[in-house]
Design a protein around this ligand. Sequence first.
Ligand code: ACM
Ligand code: ZN
Length: 543
Amino acid sequence: MNTAAIAKVISGTAIVCALMCSCMKGSGLPGIVPLPGSVVAEKGEFVLSGESDIYIASGAEGMEYAADELKSVLSGICGVAALESDNPGASVVLGLSDELGVSSYLLDISPDRIKITGGDPAGVFYAVQTLKQLVPAQAYNGKAGRVSIPAVVINDSPKMMYRGVMLDAARHFFTKDEVKTFLDIMALHKMNVFHWHLTDDQGWRIEIDSYPELVGTGSVRKRTIVGKDPGGEYDETTVYDETPHSGYYTKDDIREIVEYARRRFITVIPEVEFPGHAVAALASYPWLGCTGEQYEVRQTWDIDDRVFCIGKESTFRFFEDVLAEVTDLFPSEYIHIGGDECPSKMWEKCPHCNRRMEQEHLDSYRQLQAYGTFRLEKFLESRGRRIIGWDEILEAGISPSAVVMSWRGTEGGIKAAKSGNYVVMSPTGYSYFDYYQTRNTENEPIAWGGYLPLEKVYSFDPYEGLDADDKKFVLGVQANLWTEYIPDFRQAEYMLLPRLAAMSEVAWSSASGNYPDFRVRLADFLELYRSFGYTFSETALRE
Ligand code: ACM
Ligand code: ZN
């Protein structure tokens, strides 16, 4: 995803106008999520089998990723790897057309062949995701041999260029293979930005060669709170499990995951928190804090006063070293620098921070934060990158190129868009998948709190409050999976699904908005979750 592509996709959405509804069901076609731009059922069906072959009509970079995805779908059904052919008359033909927009596709299934045309290789890949849903879910057993899929013409393109999902791997660690499954789930939903929250008070999860203690010390939490946090680190009623929680991603792990994502047309944006949510880093290198005190990696949740010192130059040397290694690993245009929930209590008492304020003529501690953010931004700019930050970065002014991730409602995003900054809308009220999915919480796994039912996610209008001129600054939307109360991957899937299906429709579908119709189509999609072994919340469906 880059900003140059945005204008193209915005104009592309204008041509997606065919309204679809449960007529898809009436036609005998399975429901497709997210809802495509137009679906026209044709007569007959195409038979996929172990003999189906694939012709790739374009040598453009990335076509092989789309072809690989198709091959894995076919072998998931038929149990044999599909063959690539040099015959343009092969059963499945993959090609490109300049007439289609960014990430757009035309999927044309007739009784004698399947023709997939993309505006780019990503479009071809998304067509394969749609094709997956046209296959009966029960056929994904590797034994079906042959399967009939209905003849149909589907014309589709994304509404938004940034279709994000955040995974907090700091509060609880998820293995490399679990992260890959997370990316598979994202791809199935046509989501294309993986925001990877890698550092926080409770864990530092990314290997940095120049500061080995970040993972040596910072990736190990002595114990983890069990049950609800009754209110703080030293509350006598807090119950812990006394088992250390640890884990981090080596550089090789990260390279592998970034490549795995790239082959699924997913950009990975790493988040390294600054200047708050810093305790794991401070536990590793106490000189990063205002007092130099030795701390432990935090064992409870919520906001912590212990943050990075902005007065000392050594903090900036640290961040430049860390970000240099981060940018070597992650090719994304954007790097997320956090910025949220940073108390100023330590700075107020710190001679270094106060000297910095005098020298730089800063009037408030929020300006001190903005000074630090600006320095990181300058450094990242020198490496050809741009910053994204949570909406707190707006409070004392930001540079025109910073992107704002609006989480405390959409107000921050609206303000930023109106002043010409790009924005990702990710407000708690629609995008926080750590909230309960049901009011009936008795039998639910413990969650952060809140209440975010499926229908509310579906009703999210990221453009509300913006006029036509401002809308173009909304890059897209993002679902956030904070994991304080998500100790394992099954529960992560449970919190993600099926709400991600609703968010995917907010992000992708121009012709959406009909919740009852979504629910009908979702029923078919859930069968696919079952076939692929994904855990999802049934209680969310009963709301
Ligand atoms: C956040 O939820 N603290 C961004
Ligand atoms: Zn300080």
